[in-house]
Write a protein that binds this ligand. Sequence first.
Ligand SMILES: [Zn+2]
Length: 248
Amino acid sequence: MIDEAWGLNTIRPGHAYSICNSLQCRQCHHLFLDIRFSSRELASLYRDYRGEEYTHLRDHYEPGYRARNAQLNDGINYRSDVEAWLLAHAGAPSSVLDWGGDTGINTPFTETCAHVDVFDISHKAVIPGVRRVSREQIASNTYDLVTCCSVIEHVPYPHTTLLDIRKTMRGKGKLYLEVPFEDIMHGSPTDAIIRKRHWHEHINFFSEASLLRLVEYCGFNLIASDKIQVTVAGKTASAFQLLLDAAP
Ligand SMILES: [Zn+2]
């Protein structure tokens, strides 16, 4: 039963909460839960993600979500920082694929790169200048830069997504991976499992060690890494940035 000690914003004390278990790796401190969506469930949750039907339903359970969603739809305010970081470490790309890039609103280099594609299971309309592509179209292209931002914290099996991406790169180009560095994982993450009580949207909480272990497992080579302070819909948070290549 939820009480004040949970410190939640929109779920009131006295409410019950669907049962799940938090799990944490003792070696790398990766924190996750035992509910893993099937691909059908994932497709259902993220089809027209944050569209009208989704927003209406979520605002019912989370009063105020509609206003937050409007801020999210305006896009992130740190894209120029990401572009500057990528320019410094990888140079200007001549083609970009944003894997899980929604409408392309947050995709780097849309203003300076002539060829920007988005692959996303939401099937939303993309912004002008960006092309939505299918898996088949991806297979017939090579990209200088693949970006995958704020995606793998949502998916049931992050390694499957990263191996999928690696396959499409065919040993060429670079991958920019951006993943939230959740507040609860700061400092010593060993007891994050005790502090973590409510799971919502993000089903994987990465430590630096778990993220590095994951990309290594998927066969990527680390070129550069950093942490970035971001403001998303009025909230300050931090994120891991990794630049990788998939050279054999
Ligand atoms: Zn681990």
